[in-house]
Write a protein that binds this ligand. Structure first.
Ligand code: PLP
Length: 503
């Protein structure tokens, strides 16, 4: 299976090259040229397998330069029994049933307690193997812009990986106390963490412009290194994410909750459109899916887009209780548009250029019709996010984080307005303990002090245990305290790569 840039450059590349390069030289994202087929028979075979076997098998459908033995090994390292921290309670992507036909897919049992671990525990292994396979001898520098969770998950995934350095930029005022300490207390010699004076979109735009800086690229090549990305635009991030959608379907079958071939819905709290795009690809290869419900917070640019076909980022940016979804430019949407437009790369390029010049674009009628066939959408206000956390706890004794609450509220609204009663999996993307202040506020409890002190308070009040990796934070100190202006991000990168390491 080969990959190409969806902006229309004609060159075809292998899966290892797509993972190693991250972005194409023409600025486009890599997309598979064709899709494999997931049959009912394949799904049946996976039912009796543990998560790590299911994941390796599903990745093998897309990553043809890797043997199944290689993928099994990486998958064991990431999700299986070999892992010393995270996923160690034997749960990788468990389902939690709350009422008839609604299940939460908990994707936060990894080392950083958010769903980004699902991809970032395995992606570094795919990346280093890919670099070897393509004969790359330069050192890779992973640049990450994070809205809070990706940064820590990437740091955990890449820490002390030989031949790789990693630098993370986060919006100074846009992440929770716990998220911030998780990142700034990161151990390891090959890591760096910097706060940016701006929001996530600013940080992401800054990283993108560093990537497209030709003179910097030359300078780094001379110094023996090159830039790569662990953001969700990298194909190596997306493929592992298909696995949990398919795995949850296997579990529903295994538990007798659905019949073979029964179509289900997924409701996904969405920011950069990476998670829900993986669900779309799962549908594309044959997973029986009825609707994908895209849930937004107050930054409802995607809701508007799915309902009207108009993408318009010229709007107020809000900082919310679900910061990982505070995004106005969803990078992965490009890949969806490419598929929905029947692989019309030049049309997608024209949408993207209008987005960068005018801040908005309107898709064609046929793209809009395709969009409506598979996607539904809704958004959730801050008040409703809070109310949903407290209602869910009092009604179901189930504690959810603000991102998951956004999804659950949008799902309830969707069911009410459409009457669609297909069984639905709501994707639960973070442990509630990552967002203690919001969750305690939602439960009507005092929430003074720093996030770390609140972990115990929340555990006492709710009777839920603090996840081990977060409990550990109490003994950690911040190592990285630099803040830079957006215009100084490039200098921070060269300082880190060229001076500190004496290239
Ligand atoms: C990243 C993140 C999201 C959004 O996922 P996308 O792939 O960016 O759409 C939602 N919830 C949490 C907790 C996250 O960390």
């Amino acid at each position: 299976m080969l990959y190409k840039s969806k902006r229309g450059e004609d060159k075809r590349i292998s899966s290892a090259e797509a993972i190693a390069f991250g972005l194409s030289n023409d600025g486009g994202l890599f997309v598979p040229e064709s899709f494999p087929c997931l049959t009912a028979e394949m799904i049946n075979k996976l039912i009796s397998e543990p998560y790590e076997r299911r994941a390796a098998y599903i990745m093998s459908l897309f990553l043809k330069d890797f043997t199944i033995e290689e993928l099994d090994l990486y998958s064991d390292n990431a999700y299986g029994k070999r892992k010393s921290q995270g996923f160690c309670d034997g749960k990788t992507a468990p389902l939690h049933k709350v009422d008839k036909g609604t299940y939460f897919l908990e994707l936060w049992h990894g080392p950083t307690c958010a769903f980004k671990d699902m991809a970032l525990q395995i992606m570094p292994q795919l990346l280093t193997a890919s670099l070897k396979k393509i004969g790359e001898t330069r050192e890779a520098c992973i640049l990450v812009a994070t809205s809070g969770d990706t940064g820590k998950a990437a740091l955990e995934g890449f820490v002390d990986v030989p031949g790789v350095k990693i630098m993370v930029f986060y919006p100074r005022d846009g992440v929770s106390d716990i998220q911030k300490l998780q990142m700034t207390s990161q151990s390891g010699e090959n890591v760096n963490v910097v706060a940016v004076e701006g929001n996530f979109d600013d940080a992401q735009a800054g990283v993108k412009s560093i990537f497209s800086n030709e003179s910097l690229r030359l300078k780094l090549t001379e110094a023996g290194c090159f830039l790569s990305s662990a953001n969700s635009i990298n194909w190596g991030r997306l493929v592992p994410q298909l696995a949990y959608y398919i795995s949850s379907y296997c579990d529903l079958l295994k538990n007798g909750e659905i019949e073979q071939g029964e179509k289900i819905n997924f409701c996904v709290p969405t920011g950069n459109f990476g998670n829900i795009l993986a669900a779309y690809y799962a549908e594309k290869i044959g997973l029986p899916i009825n609707k994908l419900i895209c849930a937004s917070n107050r930054n409802d640019v995607l809701t508007q887009f799915i309902n009207t076909g108009v993408y318009d980022k010229n709007r107020q940016f809000y900082t919310t209780a679900s910061p990982s979804m505070d995004i106005l430019v969803s990078s992965n949407l490009e890949r969806l548009l490419y598929e929905l437009s029947d692989k019309d790369g030049s049309m997608v390029a024209s949408y993207m250029s209008r987005l960068s010049t005018e801040g908005s674009y309107t898709v064609s009628d046929s793209v809009r019709a395709e969009l409506g066939r598979i996607f539904a959408s809704g958004f959730c206000s801050e008040e409703d996010t809070m109310r949903t956390i407290s209602d869910t706890f009092s009604k179901h004794k189930y504690l959810i984080d603000p991102h998951t609450a956004v999804a659950y509220k949008v799902l309830k609204d969707y069911k009410e307005t459409t009457g669609d009663d297909a069984k639905t999996v709501a994707v639960s993307t973070a442990s509630p303990f990552k967002f203690c202040d919001s969750v305690l506020a939602a439960l009507g409890q005092p929430h003074e002090g720093t996030g770390v002190m609140m972990l115990d308070t929340m555990s006492k009040i709710t009777g839920c245990a603090v996840p081990a990796p977060l409990a550990d934070l109490k003994n950690k100190e911040s190592r990285f305290n630099d803040t830079v202006a957006i215009n100084d991000m490039e200098k921070a990168v060269t300082d880190f790569l060229l001076e500190r390491f004496g290239h």
